[in-house]
Ligand binder design. Sequence first.
Ligand SMILES: N[C@@H](CCC(=O)N[C@@H](CS)C(=O)NCC(=O)O)C(=O)O
Length: 212
Amino acid sequence: MKLYTFFRSSAAFRVRIALNCKGIAYEALPVSLPKNEHKLTQYLAVHPQGLVPALEDGGNVYVQSLAVMEYLEETHPLPPLLPAIPADRAYVRALAQIIACEIHPLNNLRTLRYVKQQFGLDEEGVNLWYRHWIAEGLAGLEAYIAGAKSSGKYCYRDQVTLADCCLVPQVFNAQRYRCELAPYPEIMRIFAECMQLDAFIAAQPSSQPDAV
Ligand SMILES: N[C@@H](CCC(=O)N[C@@H](CS)C(=O)NCC(=O)O)C(=O)O
């Protein structure tokens, strides 16, 4: 498999964790977002949205990190990244979607570039925007996890799941923007547990070949 990736991309980070958890070897093909390599014609032929990640397998290209991780789950079921019980699978998918569909889109590169250019925000203004949506998003996530009967060592009991694959990269991003994280003890506890695992350590931005 080949993974079009960028070391700081949290969506690519999710897929790197999933690949590592399942022990799938892959070739990393770095796409630099600061250099706008994701907008080059050559890359748009791979991923027409011009986003990372994209996963190439058997001559096909798969995009959208949640769909890519579900593809890996279906083609490489062991170890499972989803619980066995449908109700618990719904819980894990809900956590993953809170992060990937609600928190992340408000804070990704193109959104930040747009609010900066369109509304003339300086760096502090962009940081305010970023931290506002992180605070609102993580507060909801924290409440959901804290109130769930299914949480354990990780988001779901003692099993690493797609929810953890999404949670860890989002915390990395929040730390990068120096967001206040003390109000989210459950999230930070799960983050610390995950970061004990080789699959997460090897997937982190600083471990990537394109890390600068
Ligand atoms: N929903 C997409 C999000 C992909 C995405 O936004 N990736 C970011 C990096 S984390 C990106 O390529 N950003 C480039 C840009 O915003 O211009 C997924 O989960 O794959």
